[in-house]
Ligand binder design. Structure first.
Ligand code: EPS
Length: 405
């Protein structure tokens, strides 16, 4: 996979902090740290979150790669502290012997894996007896670090008029009506204070009631979110090689978010059910403003042949219900191999709106990577020159052909 931009995270859910290093950012991007922190705040919201989010107020500290407000071209490193750590020092201490004065309480080992979580597979893979060694890193807390990385990518894209928004289209079996398409403007206008960031207030009420019922039953709920990117230049990605197809890269970007079980592009799985005449987006002569042929519909979600076509990118993530159940499923105690209910850890009932924000971050990152591939350069100025000359060339080609003989 051609990668211009990459990031690596480290950190446990109840350790000292999360860290993330972003490599490949060009020099000269003005970094808006308040906007970045606003993205972290958005990730913490949503109806159905657990008590942890009342403890945390995530903020990124920049450790490297930025000087006097601008990226230098060096790797950018962020640190996000876990405020909850003070309650976990005895359980999470790095030292072999617990340091004197470590705060919190020492928690018992976790030995009853939760079905659906990484618990059992991780304990087998790494040879852990205490499942805490698995769940601390497998936790979706790690996504805070991804949002910091994605927010940096988003600021790069914004510099070139590419904007990203999301909305929640389904919680459990409560969904927007069939055929209801949410435009970019509509998704961008949804308030971050809206409990589930759903575009339809009445549907949102029913979604909240479904979450209440799940909570009362000791159960959890998943759902579907859609990420929309607008202003995306045509020609990102490529059809010439499997690992250059942008739909495949976006698919991976969403599939690797915790609890995502399927990804749809444009109308997604619906495309398999309809005849071709109701799937493919017709091509009409160019509009005066963009110079590009007009597409009256966008069922393809902005991607044909793994290449952006200039329409909005639309990608959906299908999230399974969170695997910690207050009324636990059957499991086995790995210490005794006897049947036991699965362990209960503090958790959320539903985290689909948070996953949508993480989805925005991952989409931003992959789009920024593909953008740098096409318009690459080591500084913003250099990229701007490449971008402007390509846009001008596209306009020139199509406008010349539109001129009557
Ligand atoms: C999360 C932090 C976690 C969970 C959740 C996401 O905090 P804690 O485990 O202390 O409650 O709220 O993680 C999971 C659902 C999971 O399965 O790990 C966060 O910051 O988003």
């Amino acid at each position: 996979m051609p990668i211009m931009l990459r990031f690596l995270t480290a950190g446990e859910s109840h350790g000292q902090a999360l860290v993330v290093t972003v490599d490949g950012m060009p020099a000269g991007l003005e970094l808006d740290i308040d906007a970045l922190n606003e993205q972290l705040r958005r990730r913490q919201g949503g109806y159905g979150r657990g008590r942890r989010m009342a403890i945390e107020s995530d903020r990124a500290e920049i450790l490297a790669g930025v000087r006097q407000g601008r990226t230098t071209g060096a790797p950018v490193a962020f640190l996000i502290r876990n405020r909850d750590w003070v309650n976990w020092q005895q359980t999470m201490c790095v030292e072999r012997e617990m340091p004197e004065g470590a705060s919190g309480t020492r928690r018992a080992e976790v030995t009853r894996p939760r079905p659906g979580h990484a618990d059992l597979a991780g304990a087998i893979k790494y040879g852990h007896d205490d499942i805490r060694d698995v769940l601390e890193r497998a936790s979706a807390r790690e996504t805070a670090a991804r949002v910091a990385a994605g927010s940096l990518a988003r600021q790069l894209l914004a510099r070139f008029g590419i904007r990203i928004a999301s909305h929640v289209s389904m919680i459990g079996d409560v969904a927007l009506p069939d055929g209801r398409t949410v435009s970019f403007a509509e998704a961008a206008a949804i308030s971050d204070e809206a409990p589930l960031r759903c575009a339809d207030a009445a549907v949102q009420q029913r979604m909240m009631a479904a979450i209440d019922r799940a909570r009362d039953a000791g159960d959890t709920l998943g759902g579907v979110f859609e990420v929309i990117a607008t202003g995306v230049s045509p020609g990102l990605g490529s059809y010439v090689q499997w690992d250059r197809k942008l739909d495949g890269r976006l698919g991976q970007a969403l599939m690797c978010i915790h609890a995502i079980k399927a990804v749809g592009i444009g109308i997604g799985p619906e495309a398999a059910l309809r005849p071709g005449s109701r799937v493919h987006d017709e091509i009409l002569p160019p509009a005066a403003d963009t110079g590009l042929p007009v597409r009256p519909t966008n069922n393809a979600g902005g991607l044909e042949g793994g290449v952006t076509n200039g329409e909005d990118i639309r990608v959906s993530g299908f999230m399974k219900p969170i695997s910690t159940l207050m009324k636990p499923l059957r499991s086995v105690d790995l210490a005794t191999m006897t049947p036991q209910p699965a362990a209960i850890e503090r958790s959320d009932v539903c985290a689909v709106p948070a996953a949508a924000v993480v989805g925005e971050a991952m989409v931003a990152f992959v789009l920024a990577d593909a953008f740098l591939e096409k318009f690459g350069g080591d500084s913003i100025g250099e990229i701007e020159r490449h971008y402007a000359s390509t846009a001008e060339e596209v306009r020139r080609r199509f406008s010349k052909r539109a001129t009557p003989a």
